[in-house]
Design a protein around this ligand. Structure first.
Ligand SMILES: [Zn+2]
Length: 498
């Protein structure tokens, strides 16, 4: 048996591809901890947002099923404090959404939270272990701000907020790249007009005071006055709450490399103390932007497509899922109708070939029992089955999904039983594009389930994700009392009328 291959990841922190060595190998960590910056729930997620959720899912699945680590994955939901500007100007996105839709900020959050969870389910993105909301963690955020105040990192701008003094932060902005110091100097030289009382252009709000003349919908009392937290502090507070002061991997979109993540690092390392040998997070991973028709995607450009837009045009969310596999997460990916059509027809062709092979071999794929990790699957297969090693190699090469899907044609053209087993495993744990069509619930089955039951089922999934099993069981009972049966399947749940 050759030595187990190591996962390699491109680390934005060091600007190079590195071996992934989790804390549990050198310390008494119990799990591989990963945190991914989730959605701001004020409007429908775009297919650009879904690329980030897809990447988080991919990373988690590779760590869990390919590498076989015990993983604790956290993705937050921002439901307060994210301004329309990544800096400290503009309106809170939730309050803006409330004005747009004529409902309260809380209703906006609830509506888009539900839409987000439904979208994850459609995309076969299994829920993350903890999915905390910023509004449920205001106290932790206030405590962290107090710690930063005590250590002398902050200053107050009257009638505005409490700010972090980035000039006091060690290596502030290092994530931006080797020339980060020059970039920050340029920012400070160029932004004098926009400073509005800030000492440095890169200083940022930890707590914003509510304006005295107007009442905000979402505001909280704090020792320093009524207001709401800055956007960045929630990720420092919630990641440390659930994963500890140090953990393995922090993921987000490339748009976070210049503001949100440098600020998150600044807050956390200043509050918890900086250690030369042990950064707070060893691996900082970013997925690159999704472009549309070769250019920028944007609401004002009319090309910020949502899942619903694609469904209305006759695509399955799983066609989009396959499309994401076609590019490596760290590269730009160009979304075009042609590319999505290509994804759709490739998926269909793979399904057809598998259907044919299943018939020819007279197999019942449902009778296969599959192990959870790739290592265990390798043990079950004859040694000449080498494609599985190529799968391992592709995914451990910085999550190289184009390399992975290039292996599929070999696996499905006149496959052996073993090869079909490999494809089934891959589809169950990594691809999740339902290549064995039998697994796909028909749309009529889905639509028969009343909204009330779906609502209970979603609440149960949330309870489970939050490890509130008593509530989850109670919700299951309620569902059963109403005449439905609920079963957990990879990526979500399945409901049937009894
Ligand atoms: Zn974040």
């Amino acid at each position: 048996m050759p030595e187990k291959r190591r996962l390699q990841v491109y680390n934005t922190l060091t600007h190079q591809k590195e071996n992934f060595i989790p804390l549990l190998e050198s310390e008494q960590a119990e799990f591989v901890g990963m945190y991914s910056c989730g959605p701001t729930v004020y409007r429908s997620p775009t297919i650009g947002n879904y690329r980030a959720f897809f990447t988080a899912d991919l990373i988690r699945n590779v760590l869990k099923y390919i590498c076989g680590y015990p993983v604790k994955a956290v993705m937050n939901l921002t439901d307060v404090g994210h301004l329309t500007d990544d800096g400290d100007h503009g309106e809170d996105k939730l309050e803006k959404g409330a004005k747009r839709e004529g409902i309260s900020a809380r209703e906006v959050a609830k509506k888009y939270e539900e839409e987000f969870f439904n979208g994850l389910e459609k995309m076969h993105i299994e829920r993350f272990d903890v999915m905390p909301k910023a509004t449920d963690h205001i106290q932790q955020q206030i405590e962290m701000i107090q710690a930063l105040e005590e250590k002398g990192y902050t200053y107050t701008i009257p009638n505005d907020g409490i700010y972090m003094d980035s000039s006091k932060v060690r290596e502030y902005g290092k994530l931006m790249g080797p020339n980060y110091k020059k970039r920050i100097e340029n920012l400070n030289a160029g932004e004098r007009v926009e400073m509005g009382g800030k000492k440095n252009a890169t200083d940022f709000a930890l707590w914003k005071f509510s304006p005295t003349q107007e009442k905000r919908q979402m505001e909280r009392d704090s020792p320093r006055g009524i207001g709401f937290p800055g956007w960045h502090i929630e990720c420092s507070a919630m990641s440390s709450e659930y994963l500890g002061k140090r953990f393995d991997l922090h993921h987000g979109g490339a748009d976070h490399i210049t503001v949100h993540h440098p600020n998150e690092i600044a807050q956390s390392e200043s509050a918890f103390g900086y250690d030369e040998k042990h950064p707070r997070v060893n691996y900082r991973v970013h997925n690159q932007f999704l472009q549309v028709d070769g250019g920028k995607m944007g609401k004002s450009l009319g090309n910020a497509y949502t899942l619903e837009d694609l469904e209305a045009k006759g695509y399955s969310p799983l066609d989009l899922r396959y499309f994401y596999f076609m590019a490596q997460y760290a590269n730009f990916q160009n979304f075009t109708r042609d590319a999505l059509d290509q994804a759709k027809s490739t998926r269909k062709n793979l399904q057809k070939k598998i259907e044919k092979a299943v018939k020819e071999l007279s197999l019942d794929p449902n009778s296969f029992s599959l192990p959870t990790t790739l290592q265990d699957l390798i043990k079950e297969l004859p040694t000449q089955e080498t494609t599985i090693l190529a799968i391992d190699e592709a995914l451990k090469d910085d999550f190289n999904t184009p390399k992975l899907i290039a292996l599929l044609p070999t696996l499905v053209n006149s496959p052996t039983i073993e090869q079909l087993k490999v494809v089934l495993w891959l589809d169950q744990y990594i691809l999740k594009i339902w290549l064995f069509e039998d697994n796909t619930p028909s749309s009529s089955e889905i639509s028969e389930i009343p909204a009330e039951i779906m609502d209970l089922a979603n609440q149960r999934a949330t309870a489970k994700a939050e490890k509130n099993y008593t509530l989850a069981d109670e919700l299951r009972n309620q569902i059963q009392e109403k005449g439905y049966d609920i079963k957990d399947i990879p990526g979500g749940f399945e409901i049937k009328k009894v």
